[in-house]
Every structure is written in structure tokens, then in C-alpha cells.
Ligand binder design. Structure first.
Ligand SMILES: O=C(O)C(=O)Cc1ccccc1
Length: 421
């Protein structure tokens, strides 16, 4: 068995759907999915080695953080690390045993987060029903199906089919773009990869500006924060832990520098670095209807195949000729782009020489200005600014490396042999 993945069960929960979405992106292997009765037991199973990793909900687009998950990671299971994230569109359905109608429902059951995500629907359409919290959505579906009482459950449409309930109303979540972010938890985080995120827990001293200074370390290095959430420290009233997500891997030079600076000012725990799920709303044009997969950014031959829905006929000779012509034009653009890159690098090296011994290689303000400028230019030209920013972050990273190498070389050349001064 390559992997054993724990999740909040029983079969049919959103957590199970998240595991399936995660596995669909992995190379095929021998995987066993293990349903467990609570988030506590899911995380404990990783610590005890009963599963290799686990998938648990962390936050929802309308209800916010899953406090239980955050608190367990902060206080109960300090050795666990985050190694992945999954953003799952969450669509709730109201389901009941055959013959039960909306008007006759006495109780509505579901996971507290699911009930909260359908609060308006429940108030409007089930005003007299007793609301009952269960350990998960599928636990509610199972209970309603096994009693056959005039009760209804809220959960994924797939669970209705699985447990033999009828869907009374589809898409009952109050916010149409409802999505939950799940994390993959293991005993180690993810290795370096492009497009990563890092999650931290920071506890700052009780003095003016303490949090501001911590955040300043990220701002000064142009590091984007995607979430900041506070939870009670459990030490004393008024003291908090800050959960911070940032863009980048803990091994990226700028992130590493920022983490060192933060550690000197505050208590810091790095929960892990992991590949960002690029299907999240910040990466998609329309988060409600379109779920983009990471591979959409750089189409591989397999994704091109997957998107092809027409009949398998070859292009005609005329079409081939046009394709070939366009490809030649692309080759020409590529040549120009590489030449421009070489020119840019040469300019960066000249700047590096002028900076040597005078000022540091890195200039976070200049870097932010460059990024802001190219984003604006991209917008004007109708190119996705996020893509242009990504490319420029790599170009800047490379320019910094060139300047450092060049300065290192120059320093070595000027340094007299030991004992000569
Ligand atoms: O109960 C479930 O199905 C879960 O996986 C937890 C949950 C509940 C509501 C939204 C997302 C996840």
C-alpha cells in the first residue's frame, strides 16, 4: 500500500470528495481511503501512524475558519505538518426519505458548518424544523436514511444517492460560490515546488506595533499574505495566535529571510509549505462555475486531449499549413523574448557591479514597483497580470542570483590572500 488517507466519514462526506479531487491530481498508486468519525480522530490517526496522511477542512468561503482544525493543529498535534491544500466547490442539497415533503419536515440535520452555510434557506423554507448538528454531513444523511422519520439532511448530492434519500431541493447554500479549503496533513510538509503557499502560527508580544512589525517583514520583501486569522492562545484572555498563509515556499530565499526576521521578533511555528491549489478563486475568472485545475495554466498534451470534445479527424492540409505558419511566428517571438531576457540580465549585472559594497542586492521597494508596473502594462495589453507577475518574480529571482554571483566573484577576485594585509 503506497498511501493510506484518513478523512472525516462516513462515506459520502465533502471530505471524501476532497480526497478524491486530491487523488485525481496525483500519479496513480495504491491508495486506501480510511473514514474516521471526527476531525480529532483523523489527525490522531496520522500521529499514530495508522494513516500516512489526512484530509481535513480548514476554512470555508462563507463561514470562515474551521476552528476545531486550527486549534487541534495549534495545541493538540504540534508535530503535524501541512503538505497540501484542496479547494472544493461545496454545493448543498436538502434530502429526505421517499415520500417526505418540504412541508412535513420536523428536523433538519447536518454538520454545523453545512447548517451555517444554508442558514438563510433553513430560516425561509424550514422555519418550524428543529435544527440538529451531527459529526458530518454524511453522518446526518445516514441517520435520516436509517430512521425513515420525517427528517431531512443537508449534504452533497452524491450522499443522497449513496444512502437512498430523495433530493428535495438542490443548491441550497446561501452563497452560490461556496467553497471549502481542505488541507492535507502529514508528518512532513511538501518539498520545494513552484506556486507554493506556507502556513505559520505566530504569537507576538503584548506591545504596540508588535504585529505590525511582523507583517512588515513580509511586506518589505514583497511577500503576499493570503490569510490572517486569530485564535485564542489559551494562555490568557486577550492573547492570540495568528494563523498566517503566505505565497511562497519556506525554502525560497525571500521567505526564508522573512521567517528568520519574524522568529527574532515573535514566537513562530511553520506548519508547512505545500503546492497551492490553483483552482482557488484568486486564480479563476469565475469561481462559481469554473473549477480550474493546476494543469490548465500550462497545457500538457494530456490536458489538451482531455479538453478535445470533437470527432477525432486530422486537420486538412490547408489547416496544417496555417498551423505551421503560426508556429513559425511563435518561434520568432520566442527568439525575441530570449534575446530581451539576455539584455535585461546584462543590465541587472551592470547594476549589481555599481551596488557592490555600497548597498544590498535586494531592493524590495524597487521589486514591488517593477511588479506593479508590469501588471499594469499586462492589463493594458490584455494579458493576465497574474501570469505576467509570476514570470517576473522568476526573472527578478534570477537577476538577484546573477548580481550575487557577480559580486561574490568580484569580491573573491579583490580579496588578497590570507595574511597579506
Ligand atoms: O461533513 C462533511 O461532509 C465534511 O466533510 C465537513 C464539511 C462540512 C461542510 C462543508 C465542508 C466540509
Amino acid at each position: 500500500m503506497d498511501k493510506k488517507i484518513g478523512y472525516l466519514g462516513p462515506c459520502g462526506t465533502f471530505s471524501e470528495l476532497a480526497v478524491r479531487q486530491y487523488l485525481a491530481r496525483q500519479p496513480a498508486g495504491d491508495v486506501q481511503m480510511v473514514a474516521l468519525p471526527s476531525i480529532y480522530e483523523v489527525l490522531a490517526a496520522v500521529v499514530q501512524g495508522e494513516v500516512t496522511e489526512a484530509v481535513v477542512p480548514l476554512e470555508n468561503s462563507s463561514e470562515g475558519a474551521v476552528n476545531q482544525t486550527q486549534d487541534l493543529l495549534a495545541h493538540t498535534f504540534p508535530d503535524l505538518r501541512i503538505k497540501g491544500e484542496i479547494i472544493l466547490p461545496v454545493v448543498h442539497c436538502l434530502m429526505a426519505p421517499p415520500g417526505v415533503s418540504l412541508k412535513t419536515i420536523e428536523r433538519v440535520l447536518s454538520h454545523p458548518h453545512a447548517l451555517a452555510q444554508c442558514r438563510e434557506f433553513i430560516s425561509r423554507h424550514l422555519p418550524g424544523a428543529q435544527v440538529v448538528e451531527t459529526a458530518s454531513t454524511a453522518a446526518a444523511v445516514h441517520l435520516v436514511a436509517s430512521t425513515g422519520a420525517p427528517w431531512a439532511a443537508i449534504g452533497p448530492v452524491t450522499a443522497a444517492r449513496e444512502y437512498g434519500l430523495e433530493v428535495l431541493v438542490e443548491k441550497i447554500n446561501d452563497c452560490p460560490g461556496n467553497a471549502t479549503r481542505f488541507i492535507v496533513v502529514g508528518r512532513e510538509d511538501g518539498g520545494w515546488a513552484p506556486d507554493c503557499k506556507t502556513t505559520l502560527i505566530v504569537s507576538v508580544a503584548h506591545r504596540p506595533g508588535a504585529l505590525y512589525e511582523v507583517l512588515g517583514e513580509f511586506a518589505a520583501r514583497g511577500i503576499n499574505l493570503t490569510r490572517i486569522e486569530s485564535r485564542p492562545s489559551r494562555r490568557r484572555l486577550g492573547e492570540y495566535l495568528f494563523f498566517i498563509d503566505l505565497v511562497g515556499h519556506r525554502l525560497d530565499e525571500q521567505v526564508q529571510e522573512a521567517l528568520e526576521a519574524v522568529a527574532s521578533r515573535a514566537e513562530l511555528r511553520v506548519l508547512g509549505s505545500y503546492p497551492a491549489d490553483l483552482s482557488g478563486p484568486e486564480h479563476t475568472a469565475d469561481p462559481v462555475d469554473k473549477v480550474k485545475r493546476p494543469a490548465d495554466d500550462i497545457p500538457s498534451s494530456s490536458t489538451v486531449e482531455a479538453g478535445f470534445t470533437g470527432q477525432a479527424v486530422s486537420p486538412s492540409p490547408v489547416q496544417w499549413e496555417e498551423i505551421e505558419g503560426l508556429r513559425e511566428a511563435i518561434d520568432e517571438v520566442d527568439e525575441q523574448m530570449v534575446e530581451l531576457l539576455a539584455r535585461r540580465n546584462a543590465l541587472a549585472v551592470r547594476i549589481g557591479k555599481l551596488k557592490a559594497g555600497v548597498c544590498p542586492v535586494r531592493d524590495p521597494h524597487r521589486e514591488s514597483r517593477v511588479l506593479a508596473r508590469v501588471r499594469r502594462l499586462a492589463q493594458l495589453k490584455g494579458v493576465d497580470p497574474a501570469i505576467v507577475e509570476k514570470v517576473y518574480r522568476l526573472i527578478i529571482q534570477h537577476a538577484v542570483r546573477l548580481q550575487r554571483e557577480q559580486q561574490g566573484g568580484a569580491r573573491a577576485a579583490c580579496t588578497p590572500p590570507a595574511g597579506d594585509f
